[in-house]
Ligand binder design. Structure first.
Ligand SMILES: Nc1nc2c(ncn2[C@@H]2O[C@H](COP(=O)(O)OP(=O)(O)OP(=O)(O)O)[C@@H](O)[C@H]2O)c(=O)[nH]1
Ligand SMILES: [Mg+2]
Length: 401
């Protein structure tokens, strides 16, 4: 295959494009294997007005329950919130003071039971987070009744002791009261969802990761991916999904119909649509907003860098070394393997670049991502090349078997 424009090594020849069906197939595979949710996760938040339900939902799930009138009422005192970009449903009790204790418990029962009428367990309430403020030091009959109700209906319930910024004797004593009075609770977790300032004294948030892990261990397996994806408290859990996006895309690329000699020839730009899809899916996994032009700019802007720094000739030459061992290997597979390797290098560098920015609290822009990828690749050239070579070797050996 010859490039149309010999002066532009990254030009895609008009006769050579990845067909949409192939791209869609990779997209679907990644959606199913890396971002797939068998079911959404449905959480019911209960607790006194002001005990921190909205603050917790915001810190753990990145959603805003504060707006009055948002969501829709499912029964008196309970509103339901659904999200376009998260596989998540939240039921929020509007605070016990709105209803008396008996009616609060009745309303929670009604929601749990009416969801359960649906045969599809995806619609059920999967867990209750009962918020009790550590500062209130008030354990009420309604707390006891709610935990008993969950136990009777066999719904897991975690008591979240919110605003737990003090670690003194009376806080410990209150935790003990909760433990003694609510023996049916599946877990009792002190949490400070949002940082707190007392003059110059600063208390950092804590307990969210414990709450996340406890919740993951109590909800049905089918909803766990949805919770990992929806939550914003533990970036490492999100990285797992993003890394899987890269691995699935890279492996799928091996099977695509790339020409054998596409590296270092003129066909590397074929990867742009594949990389754009991958960027979109990594961003979904990590909760990053980058508009379509930004995705395109990153894919186009870094392709040359990936190829020039570690790709190109090196990968091509390394791949060729294995060919004598391979025997019947088809030229398409060689092209696909190189493509898969470039995708893997690009994806890994992309995740490293954006993660650093997200952790530092800055919003990634196309320009800053391109710079970060370039610098990561030049610093870690040696590791990237040896990692890529291993991937090529493994893939070709696997195909040979
Ligand atoms: N700094 C800090 N403030 C918190 C925390 N949790 C709750 N608050 C504060 O406590 C107040 C009430 O919290 P909300 O999250 O609105 O309570 P709620 O349970 O949703 O209350 P209702 O919606 O009225 O039922 C707000 O001013 C919050 O900022 C926390 O972990 N840290
Ligand atoms: Mg609220």
């Amino acid at each position: 295959m010859r490039s149309e424009d010999q002066n532009n090594p990254w030009a895609v020849p008009p006769d050579l494009t990845l067909d949409n069906e192939e791209l869609n197939a990779v997209d679907n595979l990644v959606n199913n294997e890396a971002l797939g949710f068998d079911a959404p996760v449905n959480i019911l938040l209960a607790g006194n007005s002001g005990d921190g339900k909205s603050t917790l939902a915001n810190a753990m799930l990145g959603v805003d329950l504060a707006e009055t009138g948002a969501g829709f009422p499912v029964t008196k005192g309970i509103r339901c919130y659904e999200y376009r970009d998260k596989p998540l449903t939240l039921f929020d009790t509007e605070g016990f003071e709105v209803l008396d204790a008996e009616r609060t418990v009745g309303a929670v029962r009604e929601v749990i039971e009416s969801c359960r009428k649906n045969e599809d367990s995806k619609q059920h309430v999967h867990i209750v987070w009962l918020c009790i403020s550590a500062t209130s030091r008030r354990l009420q009959q309604v707390h006891i009744d709610l935990v008993r109700l969950c136990s009777e209906l066999q719904i897991p319930v975690i008591v979240v002791v919110t605003k737990s910024y003090l670690k003194d004797d009376s806080s410990e004593a209150f935790l003990k009261v909760i433990g003694d009075s609510l023996p049916e609770a599946d877990s009792i977790i002190p949490v400070l969802a949002k940082e707190m300032y007392f003059g110059k004294l600063h208390v950092a948030p804590f307990g969210l990761v414990q709450l996340l892990d406890a919740t993951l261990s109590l909800i049905p397996t089918a909803c766990q991916a949805a919770l990992k994806f929806s939550q914003v408290a533990d970036f490492n859990r999100k990285l797992e999904a993003a890394t899987k996006v890269v691995n699935v895309t890279a492996l799928a690329s091996v099977g695509l119909s790339f020409p054998a000699a596409f590296v270092p020839g003129g066909h590397a730009a074929l990867l742009v649509p594949l990389e754009m899809n991958m960027i979109r899916q990594i961003n979904r996994a990590l909760g990053i907003n980058l508009e379509k032009q930004g995705q395109m700019a990153v894919a186009k802007g870094t392709l040359g860098i990936v190829m020039a720094t570690v790709g190109g000739k090196l990968i091509f030459t390394e791949t060729m070394k294995f060919i004598p061992f391979v025997g019947q290997i088809t030229s398409t597979l060689v092209g696909g393997t190189i493509a898969g390797t470039v995708v893997k290098i690009f994806g890994t560098a992309y995740i490293a670049a954006v993660s650093e920015m997200v952790r530092a609290g800055t919003s990634p822009t196309a320009g800053s991502i391109i710079d970060a990828i370039a610098s990561a690749l030049s610093t870690h050239q040696h590791q990237v090349v040896s990692g890529a070579t291993t991937l090529i070797e493994e893939t070709i050996r696997k195909q040979k078997q």
